[in-house]
Ligand binder design. Structure first.
Ligand code: NAP
Length: 466
């Protein structure tokens, strides 16, 4: 470990949310672990905006690589957490930069990509982001109350989020009851009439974006049967030999699921719910019922592929197909949004332009996670990209391109600013009170936790006995 890391004496983590926070972190003043002479007398103070994996992994990497859980990172003596702080509104990035030697933006991808098709605003059309937020207890999605009174749901996109949503829509309620899905969502899902879920991709089986674990979970879902179109898999068996191992295994599982001839086992299968992957289809229009009030179907454009392999492009053929459905969930990816006009932002790619986590033309400003790379990859990808950002920052300190020579006020001045503005940050021990209450409430019903569903409720719990 470099001497510089040893000199970091603390992190402050600030967040907009409470139970799912966003972070600001900093290194405390005062402690000097290594005595390494290349630093000035003050310890670097770093602020991380965000509270997801990217924020925590960046923080973890900057404190000490051996710390292996987010809780340990948050409770580390050189790290502090501030929730309920909305960066860009309660405090600006410029103000943070004045108070800290470095600021890392790790606030993820809160926006959706929109389909851009007519009818997208009809009742019965939801973004996967909101739908997932609803069943996971995100306060901003509490009011979604999706209408689950139809038989067929269409999910657009074939990534892991699409499969997560399909699984929740079709899982037996007894399974869902043991998860931390919120009580209102459980009640709605228990009443759901959805029996058939189609997960629609614009390209072919070889291009699906999901991973094998999530597909296997769908295949193994009790009381549920796959319903694929064998013709979609023409030529796929022959293409297997050219695929890389993870893609090959995924495609083999899909082929097996699609082409298995329904036999005796199937007849005995009492499955009452169905799911299917549909390929070579792009959304063209959401079709309304005769009153033009709500979703009655979706018009899909039939595509052909140009090129081959993972880079193949979907091109509309002009042919269309209408599918009757009462629920459409768009799961075509998340996107980051700019939170402060002073931070460079590439609107086309929806990322902050950066070089290994160093935000371009903004000294002292860094990024990690989906804001840095776009919304791709599993948790290990985010971990590595966050460690890379932390490494870039340490290199800059070594080289002197990140100036840490002057003492900085850190959280002291930011806390004073927030107090003046009437903002009450939530500390990590406050958050632990929320966590304890949620877990206790869950025990009563045999769930891992029963989430608090409003920010007000969370603040009440957090501020008890303060
Ligand atoms: P994703 O993996 O990027 O998948 C997006 C899907 O939407 C793809 O099938 C894509 O097709 C399709 N799409 C994009 N634009 C479209 C358009 N205009 N019209 C039609 N289809 C379009 O995104 P995600 O599912 O939101 O997941 C985001 C990231 O989180 C992924 O890296 C995922 O693996 C990760 N994640 C992981 C887990 C887990 O580890 N369990 C769970 C959830 C999410 P094309 O391929 O043709 O672009």
């Amino acid at each position: 470990m470099s001497g510089h890391k040893m000199m970091f004496s603390g992190l402050k983590l600030w967040t907009k949310g409470i139970s799912r926070p966003a972070w600001i972190s900093r290194f405390y003043d005062g402690m000097n672990g290594s005595g390494n002479a290349s630093f000035s007398t003050c310890s670097p103070k770093v602020c991380i905006v965000g509270s997801g994996p990217a924020a925590f992994y960046t923080a973890q990497s900057l404190i000490k690589n051996v710390i292996n859980t987010f809780t340990q990172t948050a409770k580390h003596s050189r790290c502090s957490f501030y929730g309920n702080v909305n960066v860009g509104k309660d405090v600006s990035v410029k103000e943070l930069q004045q108070a800290y030697h470095a600021v890392v933006l790790s606030y993820g991808a809160e926006g959706n990509r929109s389909m851009g098709v007519p009818g997208e605003d009809l009742a019965g059309v939801y973004s996967a982001k909101d739908f997932v937020g609803w069943y996971n207890g995100l306060p901003s999605c509490r009011e979604l109350s999706p209408d689950l009174s139809c038989e067929t749901a269409v999910i657009l996109g074939q990534g892991n989020v699409a499969l997560d949503v399909a699984r929740v829509l079709l899982s037996p309620i007894d399974i869902l009851k043991k998860t931390d899905i919120t009580q209102p969502a459980l009640e709605a899902l228990a009443e759901s009439q959805v029996r058939r879920v189609l997960v629609v991709g614009r390209r072919g089986p070889i291009q699906v974006a999901c991973t094998i674990k999530e597909l296997r979970e769908m295949v193994n879902l009790p009381n549920t049967r796959p319903d694929m179109v064998a013709a979609d898999f023409e030529g796929v068996t022959e293409a297997l030999k050219d695929l890389q191992r993870p893609r090959k295994r995924l495609t083999e599982l899909m082929l097996k699921t699609a082409l298995e001839i329904p036999g005796e086992k199937e007849k005995q299968n009492k499955a009452s719910r169905f799911w299917g992957l549909r390929f070579f289809r792009s959304p063209i229009e959401i079709l309304a019922d005769p009153d033009h009030n709500r979703t009655a179907g979706i018009r899909l454009g039939v595509n052909r592929l140009e090129g081959s392999g993972e880079g193949a492009r979907a091109v509309l053929t002009g042919e269309v197909e209408d599918v009757t459905c009462g629920l459409v969930i768009s799961s075509i990816g998340y996107k980051s949004i700019p939170i402060d006009p002073s931070v460079p932002f590439d609107s086309r790619k929806a990322i902050v332009p950066n070089n290994m986590g160093r935000i371009e033309q903004a000294a002292g400003l860094y990024c990690s996670g989906w804001l840095k790379t776009g919304p791709t990859g599993v948790i290990a990808t985010t971990m590595n990209n966050s460690f890379d950002t932390a490494r870039s920052m340490v290199e800059d300190m070594d080289l002197g391109t990140l100036d840490v020579s002057a003492a900085k006020t850190g959280s002291q001045s930011i806390c004073a600013l927030l107090e003046k503005r009437g903002v009450k940050p939530v500390t990590f021990s406050d958050w632990e009170k929320i966590d304890t209450v949620e877990m206790r409430r869950g025990e009563a019903t045999g769930k891992p936790r029963e989430k608090l569903l409003t920010v007000e409720e969370m603040l009440q719990v957090a501020q008890k006995n303060n």
